[in-house]
Each structure stands twice: as C-alpha cells, then as structure tokens.
Write a protein that binds this ligand. Structure first.
Ligand SMILES: NC(=O)c1ccc[n+]([C@@H]2O[C@H](COP(=O)([O-])OP(=O)(O)OC[C@H]3O[C@@H](n4cnc5c(N)ncnc54)[C@H](OP(=O)(O)O)[C@@H]3O)[C@@H](O)[C@H]2O)c1
Length: 271
C-alpha cells in the first residue's frame, strides 16, 4: 500500500526537482515545509499549493551554504511545531570547468550545500523518525556519484559522498523501520545545467534527458522498495553507473574526461 508521509521538508523547493517534489507530494495531501533562497518563488508556490490541494505549507528562506544554516532551519521547524516524516535533501549545484581555474570559494560553497547542509539536516531530523519508527530521508545524489568526473570534479565528489553516506545510513536505520535512499538522477531538465555553466555539447540534445516529473515519480515509487539507492531514467543511466564495475579506474576516468573536456581543450589533461 502506498503510504505517503504527513509532513515533508524539501530543500531546493523553488525550482527543478525540488519544485516537482512539492507538487507531487502536495497532490498526495502531504503538508510541506519548503526551503530555498528565493523568497518570492517560495511564497508564490506556497500560496498555490495551499489553494489547490488544501494542505498546510510553510516556507523557510535560507541560504544553505552559510555556516549554521542547518541549525537555522531546524530552529524554524521547531518554532513551527510540525514533525518531519519525510526529509528531502535536494538543494545542490555544480560548477563546470578545470578545477584550478574555477572560483575557490564557489567550490567550498558547493561542498557546504551538497554535503554539509545535507549531513546537518539529516542529523537533526533522523532521530525523531527512528524514535517513532517511521519516516524517510531522500538524499539527492546523481549518476555522477558512481565515477570521478574530470572538469566536474568537486561536484562528482560531493555526490559520491551523498551516495556513500546515504547507503551507510540506510543500513543503520533500516532495523527501526526508517528508510534512507540516495536518489541518483541522470541529466534532468531544470536550471541545473545553466547554473553549472555546462557547454552545449553536454547540455543540448542529450538523448537521456529526463523530466523532473519522471525523476520524482521514480523517487516516490522507490520509497516503497527496500533499495538504498535508485538510479532514474533508462538503460543509458544504468549502463553509466555500472561502468566502474568493469573498467579499471584510470581507463574510466580518462573516458569520462574526454567526454567532459571543454571544446577548446587540447586533451592533454586527460592523460
Ligand atoms: N538536473 C540535473 O541534471 C541533475 C542530475 C542529477 C542530480 N541533480 C541534483 O538534483 C538536485 C536539484 O537540482 P535541480 O536539477 O532541480 O536544479 P535547480 O533547478 O537549479 O534547483 C536547485 C534548487 O536548489 C536551491 N538552492 C541552490 N543553492 C542554494 C542555497 N545556497 N541555499 C538553499 N537552496 C539552494 C535552488 O533554490 P534557490 O536558488 O531559490 O536557493 C533550487 O530550488 C541537486 O542536488 C542536483 O545536484 C540534478
């Protein structure tokens, strides 16, 4: 039987996959706490969902790259007095290019958002789930989690962390009837690629591009399974995440490096 949580907290709910989670959970009558930086978008969304689905929606405007951001979100939820039965750690961004040429503080902010905030929020909201022996955490990783990606190195490493961390927690809290799952989408239509400044050869006409709607449907269906991770999309994504089982790591990272190489690069960096 499909059993949707009564209250869910979604980070990065103002666009893309997080926005779609908000819509699909609202349609299942889940009350929502929406977190992101864009206050206007969150406010408008909260009004829309409350009217359309007759649910309670609260917003928390928070930059999750700031130190102590997880505590601020936790305190705001305490003030609200709502439980969190489903935590969706979705907010994240990437930054494409040669590591040493990219902005240093941006790389650190990415780690803060993709890793630190996710760990912090999980640490706050997981214990009550274990206590009541009911609840779930969806941590949004990526198919990028399954292999290193030259020219997208920090991002791929953050997602490898999310996958590993989530799978460990899956085993830790499974005996208490609580579920942790790493959601691993492939290329998905959202603002992500533009914000990451992907070149055209990586962002345009991608045959495996999925809609956020499909990714979220797969994620919510996977909540009913016993899996520690779910890879969305078709056979191309499945093929990519399994490559590391068959190829030596040096060969794999060289192949991936060639695919992600900037158009102007002479290729010497992939050897
Ligand atoms: N799209 C893809 O191809 C793809 C593939 C695999 C995995 N993913 C992962 O999916 C997740 C969602 O990304 P998306 O594709 O939906 O991208 P998106 O459309 O760019 O959405 C990102 C969300 O994160 C929020 N966010 C960004 N920086 C933030 C910050 N400093 N503090 C709080 N919230 C912040 C954004 O809201 P504000 O700007 O309002 O703060 C937005 O709601 C990410 O973790 C991403 O790594 C995406």
């Amino acid at each position: 039987m499909t059993h949707f949580p009564a209250y869910a907290l979604i980070t990065g709910a103002s666009s893309g996959i997080g926005l779609e989670f908000a819509h699909q959970l609202a349609a299942q009558k889940t009350h929502l706490i929406l977190v992101a930086r864009s206050s206007d978008r969150l406010y408008q969304l909260s009004q829309e969902l409350q009217t359309q689905y007759d649910i309670q929606v609260s917003i928390i405007v928070q930059d999750l790259t700031l130190s102590g951001a997880g505590t601020e979100v936790y305190k705001a939820v305490q003030t609200l007095g709502w439980p969190v039965h489903l935590l969706i750690n979705n907010a994240g961004f990437g930054d494409y290019g040669l590591f040493m040429e990219r902005d240093r503080l941006k790389q650190l902010a990415m780690i803060q958002l993709n890793i630190t905030a996710l760990v912090d929020l999980t640490h706050y909201f997981l214990p009550p789930m274990v206590q009541r022996q009911w609840g779930s955490v969806i941590n949004v990783a990526s198919i990028a989690a399954f292999q290193p990606i030259p020219f997208f190195s920090v991002y791929a490493a953050t997602k490898a962390f999310v996958l590993s961390f989530s799978e460990s927690l899956w085993a830790e809290v499974r005996p208490y009837g609580v579920k942790v799952i790493a959601l691993c989408p492939g290329p998905t239509a959202s603002n992500f690629m533009e914000i990451a400044q992907f070149p055209d050869h990586l962002s345009k006409n991608n045959p495996s591009l999925e809609s956020a709607e499909q990714v979220v449907r797969t994620a919510l269906a996977a909540l009913q399974s016993d899996s520690a991770n779910v890879v969305t999309g078709g056979w191309i994504n499945q093929f990519i995440v399994n490559l590391s089982r068959f190829l030596p790591r040096e060969l794999l990272v060289s192949i991936v490096g060639k695919q992600f190489q900037p158009p102007s690069s002479n290729g010497s960096s992939s050897h």
